[in-house]
Design a protein around this ligand. Structure first.
Ligand code: FES
Length: 145
């Protein structure tokens, strides 16, 4: 697939998550609620996580923000559901690496649709939009640990 086609595909994946967000809403019986904002624009996310026996049983989000932040939250919740918390943290590290334009060893990490955001690394002003949900997840899990 050419780079142009890949860009188009990635754009479609991002817009699909923005227009049809997965896991949007509140989680009943959530064990963790993390409220985080992007200091550069003030947009916020509330992330709800249900963590049981070291595993992310469920993840949902609320909040308002740009297409990148909201699609990233949708992709992130999709990616971490059902994963051990250590894997969720590793995924977040890999996502940050991807945002820095570094190569990610994808063998042991499945970022899923979130890989569609790799082009954001070329726009430093938008990186905080893309990492907002991931940072919220990291904060929640680290506090839980
Ligand atoms: Fe606010 Fe992207 S512009 S999160």
């Amino acid at each position: 697939m050419s780079f142009d086609n890949l860009d188009t595909l990635y754009r479609q994946v991002i817009m699909d998550h923005y227009k049809n967000p997965r896991n949007r809403g509140e989680l009943e019986d959530d064990s963790l609620m993390i409220d985080m904002n992007n200091p550069t624009c003030g947009d916020r996310i509330q992330l709800h996580l249900q963590v049981t026996d070291g595993k992310v049983e469920d993840a949902m989000f609320e909040g308002e923000g740009c297409s990148i932040s909201m699609s990233s939250a949708s992709m992130m919740t999709q990616a971490i559901k059902g994963k051990p918390i250590d894997d969720a943290l590793k995924m977040s590290g890999a996502f940050s690496q991807m945002m820095l334009g570094e190569d990610v060893d994808s063998d042991d990490l499945e970022l899923g649709d979130a890989e569609a955001l790799q082009g954001v690394s070329k726009f430093p002003a938008r990186i905080k939009c893309a990492t907002l949900a991931w940072k919220a997840m990291e904060k929640g899990i680290n506090e839980e640990k």
